[in-house]
Design a protein around this ligand. Sequence first.
Ligand code: 26Q
Length: 797
Amino acid sequence: MGLTTAQFIKDYKAAALHLFADSLDNLSTLQQYQALAFVVKGYYAKDWVQTKANNEKHHRKQVYYFSIEFMPGRLLGSNLLNLGIKATVEAGLERLALDPVTLYAAEGDPGLGNGGLGRLASAFLDAMASVGMAGHGNGIRYQYGLFQQRFVDGYQVELPDDWLRDPYVWETRKENRAVIVKYGGQVELRPRANGSLQAIYHGAEDVLAVPYDTAMVGYRTGCVNTLRLWAAEPVPGRAHNLAEKARVNAITQILYPDDSDNDGRELRLRQEYFFVSAGVQSIVTHFKRTHADLHLLPQFIAIHINDTHPAMAVLELMRILLDEEEMTWEEAWRLTVATMSYTNHTLMTEALETWPESMFAGLLPRLYQIAQEIDHRFRAAHVQQYGELLVDRSAPIANGQLRMAYLAVIGSHAVNGVAKLHTELLEQSVLHDFYTLYPARFNNKTNGITPRRWVQLADPALATLIDATLGPGWRRDPRALQDLRAHADDPAFLAALNAAKLANKGRLAAVIQQQLGLYVDPSAMFDVQIKRLHAYKRQLLHVFGLLDSYRALKAGEDRPARVHVFGAKAAPSYRYAKSVIKLINAVADLVNHDPAVNQKLQVAFLPNYGVSLAEAIIPAADVSEQISLAGTEASGTSNMKLMATGAITLATLDGANIEIQAVAGAENMVTFGLTATEATRMQSAHTYNARAVYEADPRLRAVVDMLTDGSIPGIASEGREIRTELLDYNDTYFVLEDFAAYLAANRKLDALWADPDRWAQAALANIAASGQFSADFTVQRYGREVWHVLPEQPIGD
Ligand code: 26Q
């Protein structure tokens, strides 16, 4: 947009006056930020209206991405970038003697998700707008986001994330678009004249769903899509006592942390139905206003189910088509399957959602009837050909449970995993029966990230260097980064690359100093592992590696200086994960205070890892630890972000690591450890003996023994618990088995580090190859192959 600095200053001053009846310099930083956001909202408002009008006028197919989590990150910087006015606005701020970085930092970071899945959903919204695709988000406006993490005495303490305490300036409440969601009661089915059944509800509980819309601004496309988040409120004008009000408000009060325990499951079910019902209702209502014939639904609407949490969209759309639109089952089913698609994000069987039939039937009686009918028809359709056994194994209702992943597969025309290996494993294991039944539905869609946030916004030093080298074309099409390879032998370029990284490390060092009171040397190797704390992700292996270094340094061996940077939240009820957090903090205490090693080895565990902290850490990483047991991490996305800013990946052959290796080159990455096939074989043949591995390797014995021999103060019970998991429960995730290979891989990194030019070349190869993982391409593949909103292209583009 053609904004001048002078015009911006005028607009900004006017906003300050209008919103706060004062001049800019009298406002608090928060108010200055709010006024700025208000101005920016004004700059895209017309495009937002226009995008909606165009979509309607041209009857463009709309994609609705249903996700129980979204993690958009701060929006001010990305909106400015995407509108193409960042430099203009920053120049204006400078003239007003305001610091842009301070203003950006005043924005809250909506943590409406746990991790990868929620961040992916937001990356896709950014990407869809940036490729000009009509794609919107549908989710929950949680009053409290994921807990804020503090460390007290090295233990994780959770504080509520009251992110709405300051008004969220980007959202708009759409009271006139509210819908009613019904729970419980009884359903009476009364035959209609045409032979169909009319569903009449008695004693249902009505809840008002109020949408809050936030604009998703495309990168210089003029396309502005919508993230619609629903809040639960009592229906106005009806008598509600305090207890009833509290029950209603509870529906959208809290985000569930990724917990495997069974507490509060019914509330979670209410949440899922809440945003699914509200979303499907509003889609159908709007569709009927703009299209003559509901039978055209799949031609103009795609609904995507992000993991199983919104899987009951299948049932809800069936309910509306059957009960409200009076369609026959066959018609309704055909339209539903053609409209829905589903992404699976996990192979862990314990993470596959199931609901007890009794709970489901009590809360959602009509949906339960529909699920039963789907179950009957599924069994009837396939029993002849495949036999009782296979059909019972894969039916959506069995053993008193509704199996949401199976329902999602049966009710969708397309099903995908999130990396090649993950999709293959889905086809071979968890969803194998369905792969037999519906092979054509299965497809892979490797995840992606948005280089706009992770490179352009978070790593201006690198972005400036790339501009100077290639010109700005990579900003729109990051595949152009491949051209950086031509500079692999240019010493000046390699030196500049190292200098940019060093500057970023200096900035992170300041954050570490400020947060932890720890001085770290920016010239040391920054070795980063940032992700949820989970046994399968094996932060423990990383700790063992650094304990081995601690011992080696104490014994007088020389190693390049390393700073181990961790960021990780543990689910509040996940005991083992919390013990590993305590362990990391205790090890940090030990090594950081030991003058015999702390010139060479330091540990910085930054609390409250989330999108904003990731923006500070990622550009400063030299090493990206992606060390999950092969076959357990569906894809990973921090692996992609870290490679994009030039970190060298230290990885197992898991998830998208395999694809990173393929594009970056095996010589530019260090891999180690069991393959997925080897791990599975050892598991099923029961050939793994963790204790024998421990006994056989003196280095391993030494670090495992440190858990319990008092050499790490303050972890008596945690150390024992972890040791028990490893030696008595046979080390579920093969930490001990992969230990020796992990050490060897680390020595390879040390050798590479000793040659800064060679290191810079490897970093360069990663940056150059990272463009492939832009979510822009991922959503285009979904658009062509799953949602059918883009023209088909030959496979293999
Ligand atoms: C389940 C039950 C009750 C409450 C919460 C949950 C819950 C919440 C969140 C279960 C799982 C999640 C999130 C899962 C997730 O983030 N998975 C990650 O998805 C990424 C995007 O596809 C992948 O890159 C990661 O490999 C995968 O772990």
